[in-house]
Design a protein around this ligand. Structure first.
Ligand SMILES: *Cc1c(COP(=O)(O)O)cnc(C)c1O
Length: 343
């Protein structure tokens, strides 16, 4: 048994999901002739009450496409300093769009409308880059699965409208936030110009992300996806996994959240712990007492078939997911309670 908590992307499709994939009706999606992709895109768009949606091979490509369609080279976008688009997309913001990032130090990856207001460059001051886009992330990845207050997003959305800025949501884990807050996806659809969603994380698909937006934005996205090399042919096999996940897997996210909280409770009683960040969804971030070497700790757990990752700067991360079952959970909690380090 390997307990793999390095990410919620490690899940493998279930047999039922594979069956749904195998029986998909497919066509050439580059010609928009794959009925399953078309159906999937319509379903996701209507869930968020957006005009259109577009299927992508990865969340990175979805975000990068959104940034490209909302900006011109030389522009600046505003985001939290923890954001995935800045830290984990290979510098794509500058590579693909020629755009710079104005970084805000938010609260666990979340920024406020007043912080954004202070970061907008005066539009007439042509010496500064033109601010054209704000990107939020919900839940936050590096911020430990933290969820935005909807009221704050409403303020941010109003601010962006007032200043003529586009607003994009990196919603790779928006499904986790929605499970906790019970908000309707359409509430988010109304507040953002575009939202990217991942299906290959908590929802358990092997591949797949979707961008939702207006017809105008998704038409632009279609062209950009082509340029990025993201047009896929009989992608209906993959879209079928997405439809299956929407219909069957969303509710299961609460199990991941319960397990994450239980891991947090166990960690609190462990002598090696320095601090644990609040656990709101399926991500657990913690730090070790000063005298314990991080690599040594990771290796000790690895010897016991438990995998986790370091986020650097003394932070360690575990992520629960649908392939992390009750057995593995019991084993993890017991093992954590037993581990000792000598000062
Ligand atoms: C996983 C993730 C993405 C997409 O990453 P891919 O590796 O391209 O799937 C985007 N944003 C956030 C916050 C993520 O956690």
């Amino acid at each position: 048994m390997i307990v793999n908590l390095i990410s919620d992307t490690v899940t493998k499709p279930s047999n039922k999901m594979l069956e749904a994939m195998l029986s998909a009706d497919v066509g050439d999606d580059v010609f928009k002739e794959d009925p399953t992709v078309n159906d999937f895109e319509e379903k996701v768009a209507s869930l968020f009450e957006k005009e259109a949606a577009l299927f992508f091979p990865s969340g990175t490509m979805t975000n990068q496409t959104a940034i490209k369609l909302h900006t011109q080279p030389g522009d600046q976008l505003i985001c939290d300093h923890y954001s995935h688009i800045f830290n984990y997309e290979g510098g794509g913001v500058s590579f693909n769009s020629g755009v710079s990032c104005k970084m805000i130090k938010g609260n666990r990856g979340r920024i406020t409308s007043s912080q954004i207001l202070e970061s907008i460059n005066p539009p007439d001051f042509y010496h500064s880059p033109k601010t054209s886009l704000v990107c939020l992330e919900n839940t936050t990845n590096k911020g430990g699965g933290a969820i935005y207050e909807l009221s704050e997003i409403e303020k941010i959305s109003n601010l962006c409208k007032k200043h003529g800025l586009a607003l994009h949501l990196d919603g790779a884990r928006l499904w986790n936030a929605l499970e906790v807050t019970k908000d309707k996806p359409s509430k988010y659809g109304a507040l953002f110009d575009t939202i990217s969603l991942c299906f290959s994380k908590g929802l358990g698909c092997p591949v797949g992300s979707v961008l939702v937006g207006s017809n105008h934005h998704i038409n632009k996205a279609l062209r950009i996806r082509k340029v990025f090399g993201g047009g896929m042919r009989q992608a209906g096999y993959l879209a079928a996994a997405g439809i299956f996940a929407l219909n069957n897997n969303r509710d299961d996210l609460k199990k991941d959240h319960v397990k994450a909280k239980e891991i947090g409770e166990t960690l609190e009683n462990c002598s090696f712990i320095n601090s644990i960040e609040p656990i709101e969804t399926n991500i657990i971030i913690f730090s070790l007492k000063d005298f314990i070497d991080e690599e040594l700790f990771i290796n000790r757990l690895k010897e016991k078939n438990i995998l986790l990752i370091s986020l650097g700067k003394g932070k360690l991360r575990m992520v629960t997911h649908r392939d992390y079952d009750e057995n593995q959970h019991d084993y993890l909690l017991k093992t954590l309670s037993k581990i000792n380090f000598n000062a």
